[in-house]
Design a protein around this ligand. Structure first.
Ligand code: C2E
Ligand code: CA
Ligand code: CA
Ligand code: CA
Length: 277
């Protein structure tokens, strides 16, 4: 049965497990969603720890599914990765992010946008050139785009991945290491790659105030990052005491429910206005 699934699509097979046919249907719907423009970005503020100023946003993809409502990335990004759709998905997300940057620029607003890349995007040697085309089309400053990759993409030390990352950085976009500290944490790659930012994983942020070992790791990671000329973002910041601890340790930016949940662009504008008032 599973062999048949791999050799080609079987449309009506009642013997198949419900989950599998449901997932395959979702994959087909996702293929259509990409052309029907059903993906939307929610934007989560990244706030300067020292000044409280809004520095930028992380773009987090959602799928406005016609029947199921708004779906989070956990229910379709892994599916896209497994079924060859992560290339088009990422390009759609990049396109939406660049369009947002262009709108802000037209409004005189200067914010950065961080976009999440999947590991397999870094095997696509044509990505940097296509991204360059879209940057030029939207007349967006590449420095306003930050590309987040998780540290496990460095694990194999693949020349292909290194080449794509170097080319992306060569466009002028920033590179950020996401979920830092959870994976293959050899710092060797930081010496060779133009990485400008570390994002401390939420698990470190969560334990910061209650576990002195976590605080020691976070403090020395921030110091090391600064010595390497990198800035540090703490993700998952949910309360004031944690923010104060991050400030004490010299963390640059914070992101989390304390400031705001990921918001549609119009609600983000409302959030900015409410804070200014
Ligand atoms: P991530 O990159 O680590 O994104 C942070 C996740 O933590 C987001 O979940 C965000 O909503 C959530 N979060 C933010 N602040 C807090 C907080 O204070 N507390 C807690 N508990 N959670 C917080 P989301 O939006 O469901 O995204 C989940 C993951 O999906 C992301 O993790 C990222 O790995 C992936 N993802 C999202 N958008 C994209 C995309 O456009 N492309 C790809 N390839 N992956 C994406
Ligand atoms: Ca991220
Ligand atoms: Ca993260
Ligand atoms: Ca995470």
């Amino acid at each position: 049965e599973s062999k048949r699934l791999r050799t080609g699509p079987v449309l009506h097979d009642p013997a198949r497990h419900d989950d599998t046919s449901g997932q395959l249907r979702l994959v087909e719907e996702l293929r259509l969603a990409l052309v029907r423009d059903e993906l939307v970005l929610h934007l989560q503020p990244q706030v300067d720890v020292g000044t409280g100023a809004l520095h930028g946003v992380e773009a987090l993809v959602r799928w406005q599914h016609p029947a199921r409502g708004l779906l989070g990335p956990a229910s379709f990004v892994p599916l896209a990765e497994a079924h060859g759709l992560i290339g088009p998905l990422t390009e759609r997300v990049l396109e939406l992010a660049l369009a947002q940057l262009a709108r802000w620029r037209a409004d005189g607003v200067r914010l950065r946008v961080s976009v999440n890349l999947s590991a397999s995007n870094l095997l696509d040697e044509a990505l940097p050139e296509r991204l360059l085309g879209r940057l030029l089309h939207h007349r967006v400053d590449p420095a306003d785009l930050v590309l987040e990759v998780t540290e496990n993409v460095f694990a194999g030390d693949s020349p292909q991945v290194r080449g794509v990352l170097t080319a992306l950085a060569g466009l002028g976009a920033g590179l950020s290491i996401d979920d830092y500290g959870t994976g293959w944490s050899s710092l060797g790659y930081l010496r060779r790659l133009p990485v400008g930012e570390l994002k401390l994983d939420r698990s470190f942020t969560a334990d910061l105030r209650t576990d002195h070992r976590t605080a020691a790791i976070v403090g020395s990671t921030i110091d090391l990052a600064h010595r390497l000329g990198m800035r540090v973002v703490a993700e998952g910041v949910e309360d004031e005491p944690t923010l104060h601890e991050l400030e004490r340790l010299g963390c640059d930016l914070s992101q989390g429910y304390l400031h705001a949940r990921p918001l549609p662009a119009d609600e983000l504008a409302g959030w900015v206005a409410a804070r200014a008032a």
